[in-house]
Design a protein around this ligand. Sequence first.
Ligand code: NAP
Length: 309
Amino acid sequence: MQYRRLGKAGFDVSVVALGTWAIGGKDFGHTDDRDSIKAIHRALDLGVTLFDTAPIYGSGRAEEIVGKALVGIRKDVIIATKCGPVEPRPGLLRMDYSPKGLAAQVDASLRRLQTDVIDLLQLHWPDPAWPIEDAVGAMARLVQTGKVRAIGVSNTQPEELQRALAAGPVVSVQEPYSLLNRDFDKELLPLCREHDLAVLVYEPLARGLLSGKFNPKSRFEPGDVRATDPRFKGKAFLANLQAAERVATIARTEGLPAAQAAIAWVLAQPGITTALCGAKTAAQTFENARAADLALDATTLAALDGILA
Ligand SMILES: NC(=O)c1ccc[n+]([C@@H]2O[C@H](COP(=O)([O-])OP(=O)(O)OC[C@H]3O[C@@H](n4cnc5c(N)ncnc54)[C@H](OP(=O)(O)O)[C@@H]3O)[C@@H](O)[C@H]2O)c1
């Protein structure tokens, strides 16, 4: 495993992190909590130190599983969770960026995670009804209480990021980035470099597409986010499958699984701190974590770069 500094937060994180949305058990099809805990423990064995979660992943279940799996080893890991959207009851999403609401959300996350401090608290996404300056200001005050060590934002437009940076000590951004989605390169990445922000990228496998395991007949159970994701429908799905096949072919020439090549490509891009790799099983964790130690040569990286051409 390799480690990189989480920007101005002052602590290091593994370059492959475990994303825990899927282990919430609601949005990526069925999961078994025992498999989820095994996936977390396998990640730890492989040197993964960063675990990314959120209150809304499985209506709190993902945070609970992370808390349970990390009992006794809390001080050795970095827990990143989120705030903003809340679920007053399962299936009903409401935004609450008020200082009181954010403080209550943090207290609830601390309870579920069985810890007394959140290493990185991220605004899950900005909401136009709540000025980002106020939310970041409230998050900064939670740092002063000692319940949070550092704060970050996610899913921001460049202009929102600038406003967030002016309002408080934001150390990180979290955005989607993969061989299939490079929008982040355009405006946000240069801004992150300019402000020495840590970059946590999500969907490095494009929700599993870049593992190469899907085919035109692949179907997803109701409730799986991929069942309604336009990337998994019609012509777009066929084009994505072709791109994934190109990745798999390039990976094969290196003797690698496609998922590892896709994650290693992300990690080779300048400015990226860590790839949040979602996984439901220990086998997936293993395959993904191994990408951290790969150094793809320039020819392979260029070939991967060209898969959308
Ligand atoms: N800030 C945000 O708004 C935001 C949004 C999305 C995600 N995230 C974070 O980023 C993390 C990663 O994103 P993601 O989970 O959406 O996408 P991802 O990492 O691209 O894909 C994860 C899914 O792909 C499949 N998979 C993973 N490794 C595999 C492997 N080696 N071989 C085959 N299939 C594999 C698994 O699902 P199956 O086995 O069911 O195929 C897994 O749940 C999340 O867990 C979350 O922590 C944040």
